[in-house]
Design a binder for this molecule. Structure first.
Ligand code: ATP
Length: 241
């Protein structure tokens, strides 16, 4: 039997440097995503959170360091290749086709090889509201319902890693709570979940582990319960600079 120590993390970054063209934004970061846990990336505007998610999902290639998925070194893999091995990135406002119905959005999601039955089951079990609205155009859904559909499209592919960017953006607290309940349920099934949240309080509430970033570096890695001091340092430091 494999011991926990010998089971590879679903995704990890080791001393990763990355950026845009010649501009380096991440200056050697280490992040480990654990199976069955929600991890949050926190930090002020421009800290490098979205860039880190981009590296994790293959949208951005590290210039040095190591990106591992299930223990495999995958620095050169692009987003499509990482999606095929179970890395699912739900990007704010990007994952829904507005001119298609809810049901047809799920059909499109199945074109990547996922089973339509499975996608439909996951979507309608996690979010019964989507079932009620299956014939409605996605563009006319509320903001929260759009995020539910975006999450469902990703989750129906049975990912091993779920990367979620700014799930709470512009949504009412009750809707945010409902979305994060679903995310927590997904983590409990063994998926490694990473959430990026602009508002630290939300991130710390939903996650058991936190990485606090400032100026492209990780300044804290550990339990969410102990992250408060680092959060203050990062956010106040950015306000002062
Ligand atoms: P926010 O909370 O504001 O979204 P963030 O922590 O997610 O911030 P990033 O979006 O990762 O930060 O940005 C980190 C740095 O990289 C910033 O200085 C930003 O200006 C820069 N950056 C982001 N995207 C690009 C890009 N496409 N081209 C050049 N620089 C970029």
């Amino acid at each position: 039997m494999l011991t926990a120590a010998r089971v590879a993390a679903p995704l990890s970054l080791r001393d990763v440097r990355a950026g845009y063209g010649r501009i380096e934004v991440l200056h050697g970061i280490d992040v480990e995503v654990r199976r069955g846990e929600v991890t949050t990336l926190l930090g002020p505007n421009g800290a490098g959170k979205t860039t880190t998610l981009g590296v994790m999902s293959g949208l951005i290639t590290p210039s040095s360091g190591c990106r591992h998925v299930q223990g495999r070194h995958v620095n050169g893999a692009d987003a499509a290749a990482l999606a095929r091995i179970g890395v699912c990135h739900v990007r704010e406002g990007r994952s829904v086709f507005p001119n298609l119905t809810v049901a047809d959005n799920l059909v499109v999601a199945s074109s990547s090889g996922a089973s339509l039955d499975r996608l439909t089951e996951v979507a309608f079990t996690l979010f019964p509201r989507l079932k009620e609205r299956r014939t409605q155009l996605a563009g006319t859904l509320s903001g929260g319902e759009k995020q539910m559909l975006a999450l469902a499209r990703g989750l129906g592919t049975d990912p091993s890693v779920l990367l979620v960017d700014e799930l709470s953006m512009g949504l009412a607290p009750l809707v945010v709570a409902e979305l994060y309940e679903a995310v927590a349920a997904v983590a409990q099934q063994g998926v490694g979940v990473v959430v990026v949240e602009q508002f630290a309080t939300i991130g710390l509430r939903v996650a058991s582990r936190a990485y606090v970033m400032a100026h492209g570096q990780v300044i804290y890695a550990g339990s969410s319960a102990d992250a408060e001091d680092a959060v203050h340092t990062a956010y106040l430091g950015s306000a002062a600079s």
